[in-house]
Ligand binder design. Sequence first.
Ligand SMILES: [Zn+2]
Ligand SMILES: [Zn+2]
Length: 243
Amino acid sequence: MQALPHPSTLRLTRQSLPGSCEVCLAWTSGRLCPACHQRFAAPCNRCVQCALALPQGQTRCGTCLSEPPPFERCLCVADYAFPWDRLITRFKYQQSPELAPLLARCLLQAAMHDQAMLPQAFVPVPLSDRRLAERGYDQAWQLARCLARESGLPTHARALERRFDGRQQALLTRAERLANLRGAFAVPAPMGDFVRDRHLALVDDVLTTGATAHEAATALRAAGAARVDLWVVARTPAPQGQA
Ligand SMILES: [Zn+2]
Ligand SMILES: [Zn+2]
């Protein structure tokens, strides 16, 4: 295995041109001004495996303790709430690829803050061909590409393929979502060497129930990945009263 760079040695290679902050419109050298970054991307205590916000002192949530997911660690920038919900909606549905470097940079900053062990490669959670044709735009690939460019680590658009979409997920419970997606992902034979014995980070925009990430990580592990982490921009918070 190759030696992993420590996050503190990571240098963000591309500086953004001056422009206005995507949130408060203040003039800034990046797309998110330092004040908004501090306010909206402030780290908080989270479950190490699924990034659910937790009270101080707790390291894993009840769900991850009782049913550990196939990913080792989840890294996120913030909860899926203002302004990340708006930024991600724009990024995903209004075809704003210029937001990808900002979101990737925020993720790398979260990794540096956490002193997270960097993966050896990034793997985007793939859309199905049908969904890609509808949307014309693969947000996880855009993110993975920017993460790779900023960190110097490799990525590949087709390291994982999505065989089917499953039914619409929105109204299903977590167990139903898992059943719905079983076998949805696979590592294509030519990508075997890219995956085998490697520490990988799956990349996606949002983590909600984790069913998609669960199935994608299971497919990578089945293909011989040594370890799978999950890097998402935003984590949907637990419903009220449920942590
Ligand atoms: Zn701002
Ligand atoms: Zn958890």
